[in-house]
Design a protein around this ligand. Structure first.
Ligand SMILES: Nc1ncnc2c1ncn2[C@@H]1O[C@H](COP(=O)(O)OP(=O)(O)OP(=O)(O)O)[C@@H](O)[C@H]1O
Ligand SMILES: [Mg+2]
Length: 141
């Protein structure tokens, strides 16, 4: 996989395929920032990356803020959607999660708090084209 990558997934199957391929480039210590409107597929994509690491029981972290999974790698799955102030993230120890070089961190709605994101990260922008078509733009920053 080469970055930046711009690709259209015609349906869920193609998103699953992309998620599987993307899982192959991830290493412990990486952060993946996911950006896209409601219902574009941030959770769907993340779920399928984590499934490739061996856990298929992933749910949306919208209400929990962060879910933790033990797979082939340790996974932190954040959702910033309900966070109102960046201080709430410091309060739950966001920095400690990020500093864990054994874990891979996914962040939905990462664009809500750009100032807290690590400089070195993957950034995935998802645009809905229609009911099942999604455009993915993946960058390695
Ligand atoms: N090609 C596709 N890729 C991803 N999801 C798709 C695709 N086609 C249809 N979908 C559907 O779109 C929905 C995406 O929902 P999902 O919860 O993943 O979005 P989200 O971006 O995480 O939303 P939120 O902002 O609420 O967290 C799912 O119901 C999924 O089945
Ligand atoms: Mg979601």
């Amino acid at each position: 996989m080469k970055f930046p990558l711009k690709i259209v997934a015609a349906d869920e199957t193609e998103t699953i395929d992309l998620a599987k391929k993307f899982s192959g480039v991830l290493k412990p210590g990486n952060t993946v920032a996911l950006i896209g409107d409601l219902g574009t597929g941030k959770t769907f994509f993340t779920k399928n990356v984590i499934a490739a690491f061996g856990n298929s029981e992933v749910s949306s972290p919208t209400f929990a803020i962060v879910n933790v999974y033990e797979t082939k790698f340790k996974i932190y799955h954040f959702d910033f959607y309900r966070i109102k102030k960046v201080g709430e993230l410091y309060d739950i120890g966001f920095d400690d999660y990020l500093a864990d070089s054994d874990a891979i961190t996914f962040i939905e709605w990462a664009d809500l708090f750009p100032e807290i994101l690590p400089e070195h990260r993957f950034e995935i922008k998802i645009n809905s084209i229609d009911e099942t078509k999604r455009e993915f733009i993946i960058e390695s920053l």
